[in-house]
Write a protein that binds this ligand. Structure first.
Ligand SMILES: [Fe+2]
Ligand SMILES: [Fe+2]
Length: 261
């Protein structure tokens, strides 16, 4: 339940709707109960059977659906929006990525990694399915190559332990994907390739910081990262969405997800 409390409002609503409190309780149970719990995680087939019980698909971006009730009118954005504006007006509360970036900052990681941690999941506002690749694409024109690499491949590396680096397979994934889940071939292939890549540790460090067990008393803000953003994020002068970059439309969709076409 501690993990549930610390999720953002939307994530929590999603989690409650999708898996119900009981399952999440089991997912965070102490290790000595794990064997018994193992049987309690849903299977892939059980999760599959839930598809037609929803009026939306699980991969939809959080900006398009309300957790409960109706969606709210979004605050207007400035005509030349910056990354900071998106954090404040579209990605908020962004607790998960702020906590990840804070951990990266406090443990002395590079600015490329801190930035990757700060950005690694925000594309889930737009779309959740294959968010590593979508997220890397959204940021590619504006951030260092290592940051893009880390964002793109953290998704695949989340399925593979690296205890030496300090990363274990998350119990949350047993709940989300099913206890008997095997990643699809393209994820397996990606992992094999990235495991041997000279930049393997870039996405791996994103997964190491990618924790959901947060301190409820910490409310991290964007402030500690403003200087890093200034140094490492190429803010277009026309504003994100209006710079004619190959991904400008993705930012415009975030600005106005109410557009009917
Ligand atoms: Fe992620
Ligand atoms: Fe994450």
């Amino acid at each position: 339940m501690a993990a549930v409390k610390l999720m953002s409002h939307e994530d929590r609503a999603d989690a409650l709707e999708d898996y119900c409190i009981e399952q999440l309780d089991k997912a965070v149970a102490p290790p000595d109960d794990q064997q018994q719990q193992q049987a309690q995680y849903p299977t892939v087939a059980e999760l599959d059977a839930q598809i037609e019980t929803r009026n939306r698909r699980r991969g939809v971006g959080s900006i398009f659906v309300a957790g409960t009730g109706n969606v709210r009118k979004l605050p207007a954005m400035p005509s030349k929006p910056t990354l900071k504006d998106f954090f404040e007006l579209r990605f908020q509360p962004a607790t998960h990525v702020l906590q990840s970036a804070t951990r990266a900052l406090e443990t002395g990681m590079t600015e490329e990694i801190i930035l990757a941690c700060l950005l690694h999941d925000v594309v889930q506002t737009l779309i959740k399915a294959d968010h590593g690749w979508w997220g890397a694409q959204l940021f590619e024109p504006y951030v260092p190559e290592k940051t893009t690499f880390a964002i793109r491949y953290h998704q695949a590396l989340r399925f593979y332990e690296d205890k030496e680096a300090g990363y274990e397979y998350p119990d949350l994934y047993k709940t989300m994907f099913g206890v008997d889940y095997t990643p699809p071939p393209y994820i397996q292939e990606t992992y094999k390739t990235i495991r041997k890549h000279k930049w393997y540790m870039e996405p791996r460090l994103v997964t190491v910081n990618d924790l959901y067990a947060f301190d409820p008393n910490k409310r991290p803000t964007l402030d500690p990262f403003i200087d890093i953003i200034g140094r490492k994020f190429k803010q277009p002068k026309e504003g994100l969405g209006f710079d004619n970059s190959p991904v400008a439309h993705m930012w415009r969709t975030l600005i106005n997800p109410d557009a009917p076409l």
